[in-house]
Design a protein around this ligand. Structure first.
Ligand code: ZN
Ligand code: ZN
Length: 645
């Protein structure tokens, strides 16, 4: 009867029946106990399991019964009580292979109901395997599958290679499961040569090994090799598609991610929550708002919106596409919000220049009893920075340690440097960098350098760049920034020197690139780009714009040493990617429609000045998301950043 109930997954009923049996003074035997313990494992019933264990002892059951003892170990490891399982294991006078496997699998959390990687447990699994080998007990393919997985997850490279040698020694290298385990292990080690070699030896490759190999290439950021494998696959499952889409989105190849998503739909594969999150993050990168909105509707329709992870990504997508109202709408409708949702919303407000709203939300978060984390404070401090609230920022910064026990990291100090820089307190910012408890990185010096640009402090800018060079950062943007500071002060020779230094170091500025989405399609423009099919219309509009701008009093801000070639330089300025994208947006949309642009670099002063005028002259709201923030150019000719960026 008990077995029958367990076969039907009626574990509680099986346990009730067992209790009746004990009450009736019918003695359980060594067939009963394993069954009842299995029921306890299945419902993760530690209390019930311990009762059965005590019955075992009361009945004077011999610990010599391997089968019963194995069931007991399995029960304890299912309930995540590994030290109890180990005690049973250690007291067993005779152990079978199953005993070893059960204990190793327990340490690897293979028996547990929720898999949470636990490095110490995994190392214990590897140690127990070593003990097993020491006692000359032959492992089987189950042992290997578990140990390989443990080595992969730690990662334990040396041990992994030894296990590989044992696999060969025991003649199991042709087993499919073991092979999959090895491909996965080498992929996780980042040793793609070995992974590929083992993979090529598998005669009938199944999806698991394909997916493991692809995942390995993606982890290394080698999307080319991943893509080649992907194309070779005869069949793909959702894991494959998700790995590729997420891989592309994470490596900022957003258009490829979207293209794959379209192909996936064309092939009739149904996306799941992981897919949606991957595609949404691609939308955020590209500023593809209408596709993002479509995904939102799709998520509502297919029940993904209740997934917290999907909701948080939706908030992030709307915030990064500049639709902060929609982001807040999603946030307010979440039935349950974890700290990630609050963080994303606070950061969303901050980067959209809504500092006060971000801070109000932070107060609400604390009132709701949600414990803030490090990321929350990056959002809070940058909100203060965007809103120019110096005292408030320092108050929050103090509270990190005193109220929440969070140790400030260099990111938090960077926010403060940005804030002080914005407020014109450059010397205070420098002092903060010099006295903070950790070594400054190139990002924090970069923040100071940006502040020097706004306030035209050449001496400090030189000092900041020196530090950046010393740290060994080769971000060309910093050199360009210093060159611009020199140009602004008409120090042409120095500006030329910086550009030459850049050249001698083989650094070139990342080309400017602006994206604009129209009717679900993302158009990309590079600086000076003439490749767009509608280029002649765009060019006419650009000339128009420049004429109107000049009539309105605009003077091109030529910040370069090439004074003799003013005309050429001016022409280059007018063909910065964001200007081309805006011209295209103006001719392709109805009058009055808002124009949204995503730009990969920081917007230059000339474009900033020109776009403010264009917004006024054309009566259009223009939103530009550059590398660090949003600029909302309003119809009255102002920008939401108050000209500080
Ligand atoms: Zn520009
Ligand atoms: Zn601005």
């Amino acid at each position: 009867m008990i077995r029958d109930l367990i076969d039907k997954n009626l574990y509680d009923d099986a346990l009730s029946l067992y209790i009746e049996m004990v009450k009736d003074v019918v003695f359980p035997d060594d067939f009963t106990f394993p069954l009842v313990l299995m029921a306890c494992s299945s419902i993760v019933g530690l209390r019930e399991g311990q009762q059965v264990h005590s019955h075992l002892i009361k009945q004077g059951f011999s610990i010599g019964n391997v089968y019963v003892q194995n069931s007991l170990m399995h029960m304890y490891s299912s309930c995540d009580k590994l030290h109890f399982a180990r005690q049973v294991f250690d007291e067993m006078p005779v152990k079978s292979l199953v005993s070893w496997n059960t204990m190793i699998a327990g340490y690897s959390k293979l028996n547990a109901h929720v898999f949470v990687p636990d490095c110490r447990g995994l190392q214990d699994a590897i140690l127990l395997y070593a003990l097993m080998r020491h006692r000359c007990i032959s492992p089987d393919k189950f042992t290997f599958t578990v140990v390989l997985r443990a080595c992969a997850s730690v990662p334990a490279v040396l041990e992994g290679h030894q296990v590989h040698a044992h696999v060969v020694k025991f003649g199991l290298e042709s087993d499919g499961f073991v092979k999959n385990g090895m491909v996965d292990m080498y992929s996780k080690f980042g040793d793609m040569g070995y992974a590929r070699k083992v993979f090529d030896e598998i005669p009938n490759k199944d999806l698991v090994s394909w997916n493991a190999l692809i995942a390995g290439f993606i982890r290394l950021g080698d999307m080319g090799s991943a893509e080649a494998l992907f194309r070779d696959m005869a069949e793909r499952d959702i894991v494959t598609w998700n790995a590729m889409i997420t891989g592309y989105a994470r490596s900022e190849h957003a258009s490829e991610a979207l293209a794959l998503f379209r192909q996936m739909q064309a092939e009739g594969i149904r996306p799941n929550a992981v897919t949606i999150v991957g595609v949404l993050s691609a939308c955020s990168l590209l500023g593809a708002l209408s596709l993002g909105m479509w995904l939102h509707a799709y998520s509502d329709e297919h029940g993904f919106s209740s997934n917290e992870y999907v909701s948080a990504t939706l908030i992030d997508m709307y915030a990064k596409c500049g639709d902060i109202g929609k982001a807040f709408y999603v946030f307010e409708r979440m039935p349950y919000r974890d700290v990630v949702a609050w963080d994303v919303m606070i950061e969303g407000f901050a980067m959209n220049g809504r500092g006060q709203e971000a801070l109000r939300l932070f107060e609400r978060m604390k009132m709701k009893g949600v414990e803030p984390d490090e990321i929350t404070f990056v959002g809070v401090l940058s909100a203060c920075s965007h809103a120019g609230l110096v005292d408030e920022a320092f108050k929050h910064f103090e509270s990190m340690g005193s109220e929440f026990g969070i140790l400030p990291k260099v990111e938090h100090f960077t926010c403060l440097v940005d804030l002080l820089g914005r407020a014109g307190r450059l010397r205070d910012a420098l002092e903060l960098i010099e006295t903070m408890p950790m070594n400054p990185d190139s990002v924090i010096w970069g923040a100071l350098l940006s502040a020097c640009r706004i306030h035209g402090d050449i001496e400090l800018a030189e000092c900041a760049l020196q530090h950046i060079v010393q740290i060994g950062s080769d971000d060309a943007a910093n050199y360009v920034l210093l060159a611009n500071i020199y140009s602004k002060k008409a120090k042409w020779e120095e500006a030329v020197k910086v550009r030459q230094l850049m050249k001698s170091k083989g650094l070139s500025k990342e080309p400017g690139c602006s994206l604009i989405e129209l009717a679900g399609e993302v158009h990309e423009f590079l600086a000076g780009d003439v490749s767009h099919p509608q280029y002649s219309n765009i060019s006419t509009k650009l000339d128009d714009l420049v004429r109107n701008l000049k009539a309105a009093g605009y003077v091109p801000k030529i910040g370069s040493a090439l004074r003799d070639m003013v005309e050429e330089e001016e022409n280059a300025l007018h063909h910065h990617s964001e200007k081309i994208a805006v011209a295209f947006g103006l001719i392709s949309t109805d009058p009055g429609t808002m124009i949204r642009i995503v730009k990969n670099l920081r917007i230059c002063e000339d474009c900033h000045c020109a776009l403010k005028l264009i917004a006024r002259l054309e009566g259009r709201e223009i939103i530009v998301r550059d590398r660090s923030r949003f600029h909302q150019f309003c119809k009255d000719g102002t920008c939401s950043c108050s000209d500080y960026w």
